[in-house]
Design a protein. Structure first.
Length: 208
């Protein structure tokens, strides 16, 4: 530790400490000075009530929060064929807003791909809140589709339909998927689905 300027011996250091401790505006007066500063409305810091501070914090959190639905679009061990509508039970929306980007990983090129946002009607009956037509999806890597607009409410899940090809999926390890034969991924479509426990596919949506 470098010595304080002007202090060149133990005796000098002791004298400096004693002088510092005796100053009227140092340690013993600190609590009073803090209270004075806190009560000064013109001080450099903004003064908030607890409710105001909480509101500011909530606004900042909402600004930086994002919607995430579905599972990461990665290369998976198995592959799922088309001509069925599938809903992902993993990662329901925790915020309301708009999904603007979708990511997909296909094992074989997909045709007539459609992605939708679904909400529970009763038991395993779901209705499509909003959907977008993607079309063809190339195989063998993560494909990203931006500039979309899919309305999402808290608790909604993401789903999809394609006519031909295969999407990457795992048969176990996840919350599961719902399935029903045919294309039910258009806005306002409603259908009753069968449960596929543990399954999860490479389809992901986000508001970022």
């Amino acid at each position: 530790m470098c010595p304080q300027a002007g202090v060149n011996s133990e005796a000098g250091a002791a004298a400096a400490i004693a002088t510092h401790a005796a100053l009227a505006t140092v340690h013993q007066d600190a609590p009073a000075l803090i209270l004075t500063h806190k009560g000064d409305a013109s001080a450099h810091h903004a003064r908030y009530t607890d409710a105001e501070a909480a509101a500011v914090a909530d606004a900042l959190i909402a600004t930086h929060a994002a919607i995430h639905v579905g599972l990461p679009a990665i290369d998976r061990a198995q592959h799922l064929a088309g001509y069925w509508t599938y809903l992902s039970q993993d990662n329901p929306a925790t915020l309301s807003g708009t999904v603007i980007r979708v990511e997909i990983w296909a094992h074989e090129a997909l045709t007539e791909m459609r992605v939708g946002i679904f909400y529970l009607v009763s038991e395993t009956t779901y209705k499509c809140r909003d959907s977008v037509f993607i079309g063809d999806v190339a195989a063998g890597s993560k494909q990203v589709f931006s500039g979309l607009s899919l309305d999402v409410q808290i608790g909604d899940i993401i789903g999809y339909y394609f006519a031909e090809g295969e999407i990457d999926y795992d048969a176990t390890g996840y919350a599961g998927q719902y399935e029903v034969e045919g294309d039910h991924a258009h806005t306002n479509d409603e259908a009753t689905y069968d449960d596929i426990p543990g399954a999860g596919a490479s389809l992901y949506g986000t508001s970022e």
